[in-house]
Design a binder for this molecule. Sequence first.
Ligand SMILES: [Zn+2]
Length: 395
Amino acid sequence: MRKLSANYLFPVNGEPVKNGYVVVDDSGTITEIGALEGECADTEFYNGIIAPGFVNAHCHSELSYLKGQFRQATGMSGFINQINELRNVAPKEERLEKIEQAFNDMYREGVSAMADICNCDESFGIKSKSPLYTVSFIELFGTDPAEAEDIIEGGRKLRDLAKRMGLRASVTPHACYTMSPELLEMAAEEGLKDGIISYHSQESFQEEELLIKGTGELAENYKGRGLPTPPVTGKSALPYFIERLLSFAKAPVEGKILLIHNIATNQESIDMASEKLKEPYWVLCPLSNIFIHRELPPIDLMIENNLEICIGTDSLSSNTVLSIIEELKCLHKNFRHITLQQLLTWATINGAKAIGKEETLGSLEIGKKPGIVLIDNIDWNTFSLTEKSRSTRLI
Ligand SMILES: [Zn+2]
């Protein structure tokens, strides 16, 4: 049993508690929460704030070997060219080592759970041994409708292998521009049988232009490689995706749908998602967005609409670190009016809800086992993170 305290405790489900403490038993389960009164000899006191463990709502741990390899600010089309060039350049042992290091670093920094995209089985062994809870999304793409059936079958096999290794896994579609409408529908339907999918949505204005007008850099990239592009619908990428879902499901579509990036989202798309999807989650990966596009999503619009916002790191191909605290610092710097309480809500309980683990993770509550994290170097005048803020797992 340990009793941990700090200048402030952020339970996240309620207001911050000054000199708050949390008692955790040997299994990591919270047994007591309160505010310290006077000196307590049995208490470990830390300078900073204590928060529940983070949920990284979007990662590609498999791509960890690509750290430091990509040029920045290339836009979507330039990013795709680089990933096609550099995928699998490193030997397998090195790739596995980098995945394991990413898991260890994230866990030490306080990530308790992660929604992770998979294109192969390389992360499975590491996940099955890691204390970090994971959901593996077996991501599919392919623009030729004739290949859709085979691609789905390959996805099912990989998903079943993950499940046999004791992991939670579901098939998922990648994005509108990398998939034939047929494969997009089949992959989403297959994933929603497991109750959850994760979809790269409105990541760039290049993607929007491709769907709306059939023009622009991304469209030229695909045409240049002799690949078919999705039909020109005159509509934004998210409405296009929702219409694919409505080809096999009734509105509101059941299941957890993680929408990743959302740089180019807008009120019309938000309205349609709120009406037609039962449980959409809007995942922000700000450092990746800046890395590739030098842009950020319309976060104020998302807040005004009361969306369930979560935080992800994306991969080390489009980020220099896999660190939730660094993502929060980036948001804090660019949106000074967003409170620490709000940011932590996104990084913890909202992510836990997105993966259906809010019964045990995401907030400091008696009976939960969320992991306990210290965040230091807080600016107490403004109650905000500073450049020096770090996060460390205490439990
Ligand atoms: Zn991604």
